[in-house]
Ligand binder design. Structure first.
Ligand code: GDP
Length: 318
């Protein structure tokens, strides 16, 4: 016997009731760019806007997954519902494929207060900026208090994660050539909380000192947020309570200074832009014949047209 099709409003109601399967279905709709997505977002939007979004970034192997796992445990201890989105901007796999490998997370899989999901954020245009905010909205509307956004895989995703999150955690480890790497990646501008993980290894104190002096050199205005540097051993959970305290302190600071609404507005702005650009692209891809992008490109390359004229053709009448 086949079941009646799930309506969007059913799904949203069940997701809000905390049903993991409904949350999963909605995130899949985001990944698959379901035609029902606009309807789903309209139904979810009034219920979103409560969650605190925490981004985690740092070089591969620094301990992001281990830290996420430890943070989930600590946040649960303090009674908060936690959603985790492991975003892989380069992955062609969606849904559970990646999650299967993430054995460290398995201790939380039977806890209804935790929802962990990997998101394939690939896509030709602004993959991360298009998919991830909508996946976040699903979890937010489903009532998770904290949503951790962790990047997996390598890529240019650090800055994008920071633009999505209210609070960005930047992880470092002793002896990874932190200083140079930090300067290169512009990582010193994006962190709200710096974590020197693997503090059980030699050089942790030195790494903290170096980070502190580099942060001080950035000379943020006095009334601005001054990012703390916390030492952790994520694999044992040592210091993780301190990270949670700093995340909370940053959230309060954002609330007091109006930063939280600024962060949400910025995120919405990026999202609107990404949707509009994707829509434009879809429009010109559905056009036929002479407005085809490849044909226009060939004409420009051959000197038969110029890029402004070609772009005007692509956009159609203003
Ligand atoms: P990711 O690539 O940034 O997500 O890093 P992982 O969380 O996968 O960790 C990479 C490796 O470092 C794993 O073998 C972890 O067990 C190990 N690791 C994580 N945190 C610590 C720590 O605090 N101390 C030590 N010694 N090892 C750690």
């Amino acid at each position: 016997m086949s079941r009646p099709p799930e309506t969007v409003s059913d799904l949203v109601a069940r997701a809000r009731g905390g049903e993991p399967r409904a949350v999963a279905r909605l995130v899949s709709m985001v990944e698959d760019r379901s035609p029902q997505l606009p309807e789903a977002m309209a139904a979810l939007a009034p219920h979103a806007g409560r969650a605190h979004l925490v981004g985690i970034t740092g070089p591969p192997g620094v301990g992001k997954s281990t830290t996420t796992n430890a943070l989930v445990a600590e946040l649960r201890r303090t009674g908060r519902r936690v959603g985790v989105l492991a975003v892989d901007p380069s992955s062609p796999y969606s849904g559970g494929a990646l999650l299967g490998d993430r054995v460290r997370m398995q201790e939380h899989t039977t806890d209804p207060g935790v929802y962990i999901r990997s998101v394939a954020a690939r896509g030709h245009l602004g993959g991360l900026s298009w998919t991830t905010p909508q996946a976040i909205r699903v979890l937010d509307a489903a009532g998770f208090d904290v949503i951790i956004i962790e990047t997996v895989g390598v890529g240019q995703s650090e800055v994008e994660i920071a633009s999505l999150a209210d609070t960005t955690l930047v992880l470092m480890a002793p002896g990874m050539g932190d200083g140079i790497q930090a300067a290169k990646a512009g990582i010193l501008e994006i962190g709200d909380v710096y974590v020197v993980n693997k503090a059980d290894r030699e050089g942790a104190q030195q790494a903290r000192r170096e980070l502190r002096s580099m942060i001080a050199m950035a000379e943020r205005p006095e009334d601005d947020w001054q990012p703390p540097v916390v030492l952790t051993v994520a694999s044992t959970g040592e210091g993780i309570d301190g990270v949670v305290d700093e995340i909370e302190r940053h959230r309060l600071w954002l609330e007091e200074t109006g930063g939280i609404s600024a962060s949400r507005t910025r995120r919405a702005r990026d999202e609107i832009e990404a949707i509009a650009v994707a829509e434009l692209r879809a429009r010109w891809e559905s056009m036929s014949g002479h407005t085809d992008l490849d044909a226009l490109a060939a004409a420009v390359a051959a000197g038969e047209s110029d890029p402004y004229a070609a772009a005007a053709t692509l956009l159609g009448p203003a």
